[in-house]
Design a protein around this ligand. Structure first.
Ligand SMILES: Nc1ncnc2c1ncn2[C@@H]1O[C@H](COP(=O)(O)OP(=O)(O)OP(=O)(O)O)[C@@H](O)[C@H]1O
Length: 241
């Protein structure tokens, strides 16, 4: 089953002080099956994050379509979905993880994960249990569960971010350079987390600066420069799709 199909996607930004418009991305096409992982690579400023943010609809696409196969709505074009539909999808189906933690202040890590579940309508008891499971699963040190994450290290923030996003069991997870500020050891942990998510059948779109990091992890690698997806056999051989 095709989970997401992007056709002729483009995004422009207005540069107000110059009274100009800048074409940030254009002519992007790729297709992802359920449970697959596509990695987007390309030089800085080539528009990788813009694609991810447009899928999540932080940005409104200007051209093309982003067809997503939703559990609730069936096939839906994220470029044209209503705000209400987008809010529903963010709550129940699509997760977004970056290296940054933008959360409400004065909430502990445990409360943040619980809140994600309560928002979905889970009972307090289920939320408490599943939050603890998620924090354990992603190896956030137990002594950090009841503290505010403002002082967490980059790796700890990321693990909390991933716990908050994945506790909702999203069908589609967007990873926006999650390893950018991490040391080698923490990157290996993230790799293990991604392997766990893949094993759970989550469909993943990810951006990583570090191409070596993606080795053997992705089913497809999309190159911003050639605008072509390359389907990778997990054994290592590559053929163009
Ligand atoms: N909100 C915005 N307003 C104006 N321009 C933007 C905005 N977001 C991105 N851009 C511009 O669009 C282009 C693509 O940016 P984007 O962040 O998608 O690139 P990227 O490939 O993810 O870069 P990096 O690898 O450095 O994170 C850049 O020239 C950037 O300055």
């Amino acid at each position: 089953m095709t989970m997401i199909e992007i056709k002729d996607f483009g995004k422009r930004f207005s540069i107000h002080h110059l009274e100009e418009t800048m074409q940030a991305v254009e002519g992007i096409d790729f297709c992802l099956e359920e449970g697959e992982f596509i990695g987007i690579v390309g030089k800085s400023g080539s528009g990788k994050s813009t694609i991810l943010k447009s899928i999540y609809r932080t940005y409104l696409p200007d051209e093309g379509s982003i067809q997503y196969n939703s559990k609730q709505f069936g096939k839906i074009d994220l470029a044209r979905a209503t705000e209400r539909e987008i809010l529903f999808l963010r709550k129940y189906e699509i997760g977004y993880v970056s290296q940054f933690l933008n959360v409400m202040p004065r909430a502990t890590s445990r409360q943040l994960v619980e809140r994600a579940l309560l928002e979905m309508g889970e009972t307090e008891e289920v939320a408490r249990l599943e939050a603890e499971q998620a924090l354990t699963h992603f190896e956030l040190d137990r002594k950090l569960w009841d503290t505010y994450p403002t002082t967490f290290s980059g790796g700890e923030k990321l693990r909390l971010n991933i716990a908050m996003a994945t506790v909702k069991k999203p069908r589609l997870l967007l990873l926006d350079e999650p390893t950018a500020s991490l040391d080698q050891q923490s990157k290996i942990k993230v790799r293990e987390i991604i392997e766990k998510l893949r094993a759970d059948g989550t469909t993943l779109v990810g951006i990583f600066h570090d191409i070596e990091f993606m080795e053997g992890l992705c089913d497809q690698v999309f190159h911003m420069e050639s605008k072509r997806p390359i389907r990778k056999m997990l054994a290592g051989s590559i053929h163009e799709s």
